[in-house]
Design a protein around this ligand. Structure first.
Ligand code: NAI
Ligand code: CS2
Length: 504
């Protein structure tokens, strides 16, 4: 599509010298296209309502930091005065180019970075009232299945031994809270924006558990006085590619920090901010008492479907989400997964029509202007499938219900971790447990029964109820055997549900 044929809306930012009231850990694509955009809307509205020089009210600027990787991005943002663009595609012909200046400061506080002390000082400043995070599911160092802190993980071992120079997100939070406590400054609110179940409670668990390893009193204080509201976050933001940068350049946007995303956006936040917060309701954020129904629905329906497409699609040689859902077999598989396996496990948010919600997911997945690569979604499966498939799978299997799509998904994931697709094309297996997977595949090269048993025995990933579920083992072995022998679409076609109700 030639740039000239694209309908462009421009959304300029109203820049104001706002003070910094929010620190964000994890300056990735999602942060730039989601939380920072909501804050930008808030700053724009406040400036429109009250005029540029009413400084007192715009104290919600963001200091965003990377604490592990991507120093270059921080430098690029700084070179651009922390201004960047968000290109929101509703389809390949319509894009809104949003200008964002809500990030006032960008820091690189990685182990090799210059800004760790500056970041801790910023987090200890009483003007900072909220610390948000998007550090990926693995960035909390919690066991995906039990939720316990991984005290033997090297970065956590480092932070236990060196609490004043932390390298992990939980470590940064513990040290900054320790400094505020010592200075008698009220604690900031911690707002997790990662795709984890009960993400506020999980973050609390990581922080309190780490603090308890070197300071019981500090851990008790954090437990008693720090708010960790949960939130459901939703906007599809693919990783930027050179092709994306080229198409933005064709639209006149030459910006190394730009991001591409869909127009859809949702943020549901538990309203627990003792030190205050922006009045985000006016900017489209849903402030609620209980986020759990929204979170579970989104994790099992949207993210559960994404992971099915990621493993089965990649094995079938498909590259993107839209290309996968263009295939009737994959659409049918998702519909069955949603309506027979996932939705029955949900208590839906009031007023939610599950059918309409899943139809909207299919439409969003079909947005070919996103070019959302299945490989990106396939990353960190050990951290994702417990909340996306397995929690619901356990509930269904306890009821004796059919979970054949979950079994097919697990078979596809196991095969994916071998590092090649069904044509033998290699792909990287990006996962904290990648070495474990490689060892299991080496140990059981031609024995699907032993291989599946070894994977299902991984208690970091699989809950006991599925580890001990013999019929589930058999289903996974059957699915893996068909995948290897006849391919993905044959495995989908062979699914038991096609036999039971026979309907497409
Ligand atoms: P990204 O790859 O652009 O950024 C990841 C960020 O996490 C980077 O800042 C990186 O430095 C940091 N990070 C990674 N591992 C870390 C660790 N062990 N400790 C500390 N920091 C670490 O990815 P993106 O798109 O920003 O996604 C990040 C997270 O946001 C996802 O894992 C998910 O939980 C959430 N999310 C993403 C959505 C998307 O469509 N991209 C949508 C909804 C939620
Ligand atoms: C995706 C999510 O990469 C992934 O794991 O499933 O990032 C997904 O795009 C978002 O959660 C959508 O809100």
């Amino acid at each position: 599509m030639a740039a000239a044929d694209i309908h462009i809306e421009r959304e300029p930012s109203r820049r104001t010298s706002s003070g910094i009231g929010i620190v964000h850990l994890g300056l990735g694509a999602f942060h730039r296209a989601h939380q920072a955009v909501y804050v930008q809307r808030c700053l724009n509205r406040l400036v429109d309502d009250r005029g540029l020089d009413d400084q007192r009210r715009t104290d919600w600027g963001i200091c965003s930091a990377n604490i592990r990787s991507n120093r270059t991005l921080v430098e690029q943002l700084r070179q651009g005065d922390c201004r960047y663009h968000v290109a929101e595609y509703s389809d390949s012909e319509h894009v809104t180019l949003r200008d964002v200046t809500a990030i006032s400061e960008a820091l690189y506080a990685g182990p090799d970075g210059p800004d760790r002390e500056a970041l801790l000082a910023r987090m200890s400043d009483s003007a900072v009232r909220i610390v948000m995070l998007t550090v990926t599911e693995k960035g909390y160092f919690l066991s995906p299945s039990s939720g316990e802190l991984l005290t033997d993980a090297a970065p956590i071992v480092h932070d236990i031994a060196n609490p004043e120079s932390p390298e992990t997100a939980p470590g940064m939070l513990v040290e900054a809270l320790a400094r505020r406590r010592a200075a008698r400054v009220a604690p900031f609110t911690v707002l997790c924006c990662d795709n984890m179940p009960h993400n506020g409670q999980r973050t609390r668990r990581a922080v309190v558990s780490l603090a308890r390893l070197h300071d019981e009193a500090l851990a008790d204080w954090i437990e008693a006085s720090v708010a960790f509201p949960s939130s459901m976050v939703d906007r599809i933001v693919p990783a930027m590619t050179d092709a994306d940068r080229q198409r933005l350049a064709a639209l006149g946007v030459d910006d190394p920090a730009a991001v591409v995303c869909e127009t859809f956006s949702q943020w549901v936040v538990e309203d627990d901010f003792p030190l205050g917060r922006p009045d985000w309701e006016a900017d489209g954020v849903e402030m609620v008492e209980d986020v759990a129904p929204f979170e579970t629905m989104k994790l099992r329906l949207l993210n559960g479907a994404h992971s099915l497409l990621a493993y089965l699609g990649t094995l079938a040689g498909i590259e993107t989400v839209d290309a996968a859902v263009a295939r009737p077999a994959f659409r049918e598989l998702l519909r069955h997964y949603w309506h027979q396996e996932a939705i029955p496990t949900l208590s839906l948010p009031t007023g939610t029509d599950a059918g309409a919600y899943t139809d909207s997911l299919l439409a969003r997945f079909g947005n070919d202007s996103l070019r959302h690569r299945l490989q990106q979604i396939a990353m960190d499966g050990s951290q994702k499938i417990p909340q996306r498939w397995l929690a619901g799978g356990v509930e269904r299997s306890i009821d004796g219900a059919d979970i054949s799509v979950t079994a097919l998904g697990v078979a596809g994931w196991i095969r994916y971790t071998a590092g090649t697709d069904l044509r033998g094309q290699p792909h990287p297996v990006d996962d904290p447990l990648a070495e474990t997977f490689a060892a299991l595949h080496r140990r059981h090269p031609d024995d699907p029964v032993a291989l599946v048993a070894a994977f299902l025995a991984l208690d970091a990933v699989f809950p006991a109820a599925l580890r001990d579920d013999a019929p589930f083992h058999t289903r996974v072995v059957d699915a893996l055997t068909i995948i290897e022998r006849d391919g993905i679409e044959a495995a989908i076609a062979a699914m038991s549900y096609k036999n039971s109700d026979g309907k497409a």
